[in-house]
Design a protein around this ligand. Structure first.
Ligand code: FES
Length: 176
């Protein structure tokens, strides 16, 4: 379950320091440990704040730029807290071939933000994803951890309305 960071970018905040230090220590001694460490840290903190990048760099004995490079390369990682609802729109080939671009454009306009951003009302974070394993039923999206296939703009509007008006599901592991 994702726990929110409560104290901006200044420290260990809502998650005990020993928890994120343990994660870094555990993975720093393993070959290829950086990616699993970043995933585990995002799982507990909800995002990867700047202060944590410095801690990860120190723990892995690499530069902050290297850690930043990995975070910015993989679309799964976020540097800012996500909204209560997370909408992931598939940007991979199969979905693009059957209306994925139009769907992405529609949702950008509707939410008033680009990918990696949060809607103007602060309720939905929009993220790209590169294949949800639903290629035969494209285009596909994932809303709050739940996949939806053969989605058109009207259907997406309905899903978003249900989620943000309290009839849908919140982030995985949360209840409304
Ligand atoms: S390409 Fe979109 S689900 Fe596979």
């Amino acid at each position: 379950m994702t726990m929110p960071v409560s104290n901006s970018d200044t420290g260990s905040a809502g998650v005990g320091e020993h928890i994120w230090r343990q994660i870094i220590q555990k993975h720093a001694s393993q070959p290829g440990g950086l990616l699993p460490a970043l995933h585990a840290l995002q799982d507990v903190l909800g995002y990867l704040p700047d202060w944590l990048v410095a801690e990860v760099a120190a723990g892995f004995n690499i530069s902050r730029a290297e850690v930043h490079g990995v975070i910015s390369f993989y679309p799964d990682f976020r540097s800012k807290p996500a909204a209560r609802h997370i909408l992931r729109v598939c940007r991979a080939e199969s979905c693009q071939a059957v209306g994925g671009d139009a769907l992405a454009e529609h949702v950008r306009r509707k939410l008033g933000c680009d990918f990696h951003g949060t809607s103007s009302d602060g309720s939905v974070t929009l993220e790209p994803v590169y294949c949800l394993g639903l290629c035969a039923q494209s285009p596909a999206v994932m809303l709050d951890g739940h996949p939806h296939a053969r989605i058109n703009p009207e259907e997406l509007d309905r899903l978003l309305a249900e989620a943000t008006q309290g009839r849908g599901t919140a982030k995985q592991g949360e209840s409304l």
